[in-house]
Design a protein around this ligand. Structure first.
Ligand SMILES: [Zn+2]
Length: 413
C-alpha cells in the first residue's frame, strides 16, 4: 500500500501550470517567454504573489533568482531546496522548467494544508536564464550561484539588441538586493520533464538521472574576403558562408558516424556578415555542440571535428579557426539523495527508470556546491523546446508525489 503522507493537490498544481501558460503565449500554443522579457516579469510577479499570499518569505538576489522560503522548526539549518526555471526558449513549451518550480510551490502548499512542519526550512527557487535563449550561456545564474561564473560577467551578458542582463533585470523590476550564492543548501532537488522519449515510450512515470552525457561546444570562426557576387571568378572566391556550410556538413557527418553509440553533434547557430544578397560574405561564425555517453568518444569527436576544419578551409579557400571551446560540466549527483528517491518511489509504488540526462539543467551547477538530485517526468513523444511540447497531470503527479516524500524526509533529517 502506498504510504501517502503528503496529499498533493493535482488540480491546484495544474491550475498554476495553466495560469503560467497564459503568460507569453506563442503563436502555436506554446510559450515565447524569453528570460527577463516583460512576459517573464509577469510570470515572476504571479509566482511571487502565490508565494507571499501563502506566507513564504520571498528573496530576490542580484541576478533575479527568486527564493520562496517555508520556515522549518529549526530555521537556522541550511534549507532543502527545490528548483527549476520559469523562462522558455523563443518557441518553447508550457512545461520545460515550469513543472519544476510549480511542483515545488505545490509541495509547500500541500504541507501547509496538512499542517506538516519540517525540521529544516524548504525553499523553492526560480533560476534566472536557465535557457540562455536570449543571453547565452544557458544556466547562467545558477552558475554564478555555484561560483562557476563571476557576478559582474553575468550582469554584462548582452542580447542581440545590446541590452545587458543588468538592464533587463532593472527593466522588469527583478534586480534584487540579496547576494548571489555564498550560503549553504542542505540539498537541492530538481524535477524536470525528460525532453526525450525514453519514459514516454516505456510508459514509466518517473526517471532518476544517474549520469549525464559528456558534452563539449565550440565557436568556429570562418574568415573569407568580401567580393561582388557577379564579376568575381569562381576559383578566386573566399566565401565564408561556403566554408561554414562545409563545416556544418562535416559536424553532422561526425555525429551520424557515431550515432549507434548514442553520440550527437549539432550546428546550433550560424551567423554571417555582411550576409546580404549580391555580396560574398567575409565572415561566418558557427556554434557547434557535440556529446556522447563516454569521455573518450566525445574527445574522438572533437579531434575529428578539428581535423575536418583543415579540409573545409582548403576547399572553400577560407581561414577556419576554433574561436572558443568549452566543456559543459559533468555533474555528479548525490548517491544518498538518489537512494532517497528510489526509496520514496518504492514506498509510493511508482515504477522508476534510471537514465542519463542529455540536456543541461540548473542541477548540474548546484551539484558543485550541494548534494543534488535530478528526476524526470514524461513528456509526450519526448518533444521539447517546441511549442508542441505536451504532457498531462496523470504523467506528472507520480513524480511530484515521490519528490514531496523525499524532500520532506530530507527536511526532517
Ligand atoms: Zn528546462
Amino acid at each position: 500500500m502506498a504510504r501517502n503522507s503528503i496529499a498533493i493537490d493535482g488540480a491546484r498544481f495544474w491550475s498554476t501550470i495553466e495560469a503560467s501558460a497564459e503568460i507569453g503565449k506563442g503563436p502555436r500554443g506554446g510559450l515565447a517567454r524569453l528570460t527577463l522579457s516583460p512576459a517573464d516579469g509577469e510570470v515572476r510577479d504571479l509566482f511571487a504573489e502565490w508565494c507571499t499570499d501563502a506566507g513564504y518569505a520571498l528573496t530576490v538576489d542580484k541576478l533575479g533568482n527568486m527564493f520562496a522560503r517555508r520556515r522549518g522548526t529549526h530555521d537556522n539549518l541550511p534549507p532543502v531546496v527545490i528548483g527549476s526555471h520559469l523562462d522558455t526558449q523563443a518557441a518553447g513549451g508550457r512545461f520545460d522548467g515550469i513543472v519544476g518550480v510549480l511542483a515545488g510551490l505545490e509541495i509547500l502548499r500541500a504541507l501547509d494544508d496538512q499542517g506538516i512542519e519540517t525540521r529544516r526550512p524548504i525553499e523553492v527557487v526560480n533560476w534566472t536564464n536557465e535557457e540562455g535563449g536570449r543571453f547565452p550561456p544557458p544556466m547562467l545564474c545558477s552558475g554564478v550561484f555555484a561560483g562557476i561564473h563571476e557576478l559582474d560577467w553575468a550582469l554584462e551578458r548582452a542580447d542581440e539588441d545590446g541590452t545587458t542582463v543588468a538592464d533587463a533585470l532593472t527593466a522588469i523590476g527583478y534586480a534584487g538586493d540579496a547576494p548571489v550564492g555564498g550560503r549553504a543548501f542542505d540539498s537541492y532537488f530538481e524535477i524536470h520533464i525528460e525532453q526525450g522519449p525514453a519514459l514516454y515510450e516505456a510508459g514509466v512515470k518517473l526517471g532518476l538521472v544517474t549520469g549525464t552525457y559528456v558534452a563539449r561546444g565550440m565557436r568556429i570562426e570562418v574568415t573569407g574576403v568580401n567580393a561582388h557576387s557577379g564579376p568575381t571568378p569562381m576559383d578566386r572566391r573566399r566565401n565564408a558562408i561556403v566554408g561554414a556550410a562545409s563545416v556544418a556538413l562535416e559536424v553532422d557527418r561526425i555525429g551520424l558516424k557515431y550515432a549507434d553509440r548514442e553520440a550527437k553533434s549539432t550546428v546550433a547557430r550560424l551567423e554571417a556578415w555582411p550576409n546580404k544578397p549580391g555580396i560574398i560574405s567575409d565572415r561566418a561564425t558557427l556554434f557547434v555542440d557535440f556529446r556522447s555517453p563516454d569521455r573518450e568518444l566525445t574527445e574522438t569527436m572533437e579531434a575529428e571535428i578539428r581535423h575536418a576544419l583543415v579540409d573545409c578551409a582548403q576547399r572553400s579557400r577560407t581561414d577556419i579557426a576554433v574561436g572558443d571551446a568549452w566543456s559543459f560540466n559533468t555533474p555528479v549527483f548525490d548517491a544518498e539523495l538518489q537512494d532517497l528517491i528510489r526509496g520514496a518511489a518504492a514506498g509510493q509504488g511508482v515504477e522508476l527508470m534510471e537514465l542519463r540526462s542529455q540536456a543541461g539543467h540548473d542541477a548540474y551547477n548546484i551539484a558543485k556546491i550541494a548534494p543534488s538530485v535530478l528526476i524526470f517526468t514524461p513528456c509526450d513523444e519526448g518533444i521539447s523546446h517546441n511549442e508542441a511540447e505536451n504532457t498531462c497531470l496523470e504523467d506528472q503527479l507520480p513524480g511530484i508525489q515521490v519528490l514531496a516524500e523525499a524532500v520532506v524526509a530530507r527536511a526532517n533529517r
